[in-house]
Design a protein around this ligand. Structure first.
Ligand SMILES: [Mg+2]
Length: 259
């Protein structure tokens, strides 16, 4: 079986293990079988709006048991990197997951009216963004603050099947305004996948995802194997159009543990 070739399995969430609040057929069973086989797992999401606890609850609601230490979000990756650099004060355009992660590593969140005090501007998915907060971010960057983003997903696949503006749309607004480019920590960039792999204990690693431009491209950049599952956003045609290859393409997760 494919699973016997790997030690660490990095699972994307939406489109792989669930679709919104709907479980994806066979996902919970496959995860359970991997655990019986003694495999190490990590659950990786670019969504910076949710806390790891909220991710855990969502997984539980679709029948997947996980530990807090197995969850890697782009908010956690960003916070860990900034803490290591000694950034102290952040102007944040983001939701609870990002704010909590930054405060948990000891950072101070500055008010949009207090931009000169910011060491860094941190942008994530933010459904409360306004002209005022975009202006504050732009002014802080012009005053010398670092500019980082938890992720740069262009869109958020809404429960109704349509696309809402994602974190990348907000990042683009500030990039356009300032002429500065954000440093991004989420997929397809390496930091989030390296952090997830560390959570899973390392070894032979397989990235499993439904999005070519984040999950599959992220694995490719690191030289890791990947599996594109066709239960979410991307199709085989998308893979072909992107001009990259995935080690495996599967209709569902069951093939991982099929004999
Ligand atoms: Mg996904």
């Amino acid at each position: 079986m494919i699973a016997s070739r790997y030690d660490a399995f990095l699972f994307d969430l939406d489109g792989v293990l669930y679709r919104g609040h709907q479980p994806i057929h066979g996902a919970a069973e496959t995860v359970a079988t991997l655990r019986e086989l003694g495999k190490s797992l990590s659950f990786v999401t670019n969504n910076s709006a949710r806390t790891p606890e909220a991710v855990l609850d969502h997984l539980a609601s679709v029948g997947i048991a996980a530990a807090l230490g197995e969850i890697e979000t782009s908010a956690l990756t960003t916070a860990a990197a900034l803490a290591q650099r000694g950034c102290g004060r952040a102007l944040v355009l983001g939701e609870e997951g990002l704010r909590t992660a930054l405060m948990d590593v000891g950072m101070e969140l500055v008010d949009p009216g207090d931009v000169v005090r910011a060491d860094v501007v941190v942008i994530g998915w933010d459904r409360t963004v306004t002209y005022e907060t975009l202006r504050a971010a732009s002014l802080a960057i012009q005053a010398g603050a670092e500019f980082v983003a938890s992720n740069a997903d262009a869109s958020y696949p809404a429960p109704d099947g349509r696309n809402w503006p994602g974190a990348g749309a907000i990042v683009a607004a500030v990039e356009t305004a300032t002429g500065h480019r954000a440093e991004v920590f989420g997929k397809p960039f390496a930091p989030i996948l390296l952090a997830a792999r560390e959570r899973a204990g390392g070894g032979r690693t397989l990235v499993i995802g439904d999005r070519v431009e984040t999950d599959i491209e992220g694995a490719r950049r690191l030289g890791w194997d990947s599996m594109l599952v066709l239960t979410g956003v991307s199709t085989v045609e998308d893979l072909r159009a992107a001009g990259i290859s995935s080690t495996y393409v599967a209709d569902d997760l069951g093939v991982l543990v099929a004999s």
